[in-house]
Ligand binder design. Structure first.
Ligand SMILES: *[C@@H]1O[C@H](CO)[C@@H](O)[C@H](O)[C@H]1NC(C)=O
Length: 401
């Protein structure tokens, strides 16, 4: 009979049935092999089911996006009326006094938020400008020389430069670079009760919270006392009221929350390293700085959902404005100058992290793993079995001699 061609390809050479011998040791080894295989395959299966997060680093190509910032900070010893917050960035854009728009100030008295008198800055202003106008519809308040009102007499009413409210006098003063103090002896402010309000607030703190969008370039967001004025590259604050009371006001604060973009739950990677941070020195003329490095991050879940957010790292630094040596770190020599306040400097990383949820193994890797463990265990078992059988044979032959 002619041999079929494929016969020579058979990798599994068979032994004749009558040469096969069954032994007890063989049985035991088979059982062990079975158990070990089962354990390995189960492990393989759990591995296959495990979801892991694989990070990937790419260059961030979304150039026109804005950066969402959300923040909640309490200043314990500076009243809301005195606190201003500005955002400045390297494009030269300046978003002055954001507290007037996207953020809220809450008065904090003795550590408790005064919910009843939450100060949405504009509320106070509107109420009082109505008052002045209702008395005399043609009222045009003096700006006390801060604005040039000389030509007013020749102008129609609509074009006159007027300071009808305390707020507008304050703005005019800031524009002229004059010290405003607390509004005493300024008719508008006395009438509106501003002077009274400021003196009431002197022992209060202020909580600032809210969200805003800023340009996605390096810059800083800072809290400082008094109205701010920018002319050219100079940015100055009116410190008159802050300095009027030498033993009051300082920038001790607690950061409740600061984040850039959405919060993602279920992450062991926290995106809010500064939450709960307290900075307190009790020093009035002190500058607190935070340096934040923001990295765009995208999460892609197994089900195909994606979230874009930002992670950041933060370093903290504070120094007294007079500069000089630290008492506890004599080798540190601080720079001097600057204004009292809290600065959040941020830098934007050009890289983006993509965190992808994936099964740790593909289906074919799982199949491969399973067959590898089955085959491996069986091979080892047969080697072991052969060895034991051979040893047994030799021992028997020696006994028979
Ligand atoms: C800011 O944080 C304080 C303290 O944790 C909290 O009571 C308050 O509700 C927060 N404000 C906002 C707007 O989230």
């Amino acid at each position: 009979m002619a041999k079929p061609k494929l016969l020579s390809l058979d990798a599994f050479a068979k032994t004749a049935d009558d040469v096969k011998v069954k032994t007890t040791s063989g049985g035991v080894i088979t059982l062990i092999c079975l158990i070990v295989t089962l354990i390995l395959v189960t492990n393989e299966y759990f591995d296959y089911q495990t979801v892991v997060i694989r990070p990937e680093l790419v260059v961030d190509r979304d150039h026109a996006k804005k950066l969402d910032i959300s923040l909640n900070v309490t200043f314990h010893h500076i009243p809301c009326e005195l606190l201003t917050m500005d955002v400045m960035d390297i494009t030269g854009d300046l978003q002055i006094d954001l507290l007037m728009s996207g953020f809220q100030k809450t008065r904090v008295v003795d550590g408790l938020a005064k919910e009843t008198s939450e100060l949405r800055v504009n509320e106070y202003k509107q109420e009082n400008s109505k008052l002045t106008n209702s008395n005399n519809p043609y009222y045009c308040g003096s700006c006390y020389g801060a604005l040039n009102q000389k030509d007013n007499e020749n102008k129609p009413f609509d074009e006159k430069l007027c300071c009808n409210t305390c707020e507008s006098v304050k703005k005019a003063y800031a524009k002229a670079g004059w010290a405003f103090y607390d509004g005493r002896n300024i008719e508008q402010c006395e009438n509106e009760g501003y002077v009274q309000l400021v003196s009431e607030m002197i022992n209060e703190g202020c909580r600032v919270s809210g969200t805003a969008q800023i340009n996605r370039v390096s810059g800083n967001l800072h809290f400082a006392p008094g109205s701010s004025l920018t002319s050219g590259s100079r940015h100055i604050h009116d410190l008159s009221l802050f300095e009027k009371y030498p033993d009051k006001f300082n920038f001790d604060h607690t950061v409740h929350h600061i984040s850039f973009g959405k919060t993602i739950d279920n992450q062991e990677m926290s995106t809010h390293p500064l939450d709960g941070y307290e900075a307190a020195t009790g020093n009035k003329n002190h500058l607190y700085s935070y340096f934040l490095k923001v990295v765009a991050t995208r999460y892609e879940s197994l089900s195909g959902l994606t979230w874009d957010t930002n992670q950041f790292s933060a370093t903290y630094h504070d120094r007294p404005l007079e500069g000089g040596r630290d008492s506890d770190h004599p080798n540190t020599l601080h720079a001097s100058g600057g204004i009292p306040g809290a600065f959040f400097h941020f830098e934007i990383s050009p890289l983006k992290i993509i965190n992808r949820e994936q099964y740790s193994k593909t289906r074919s890797a799982f199949a491969l793993g399973v067959s590898a463990s089955v085959a491996g265990v069986l091979t080892l078992g047969s080697v072991l079995d052969k060895t034991i059988w051979t040893a047994d044979q030799i021992l028997r032959q020696k006994k028979d001699l």
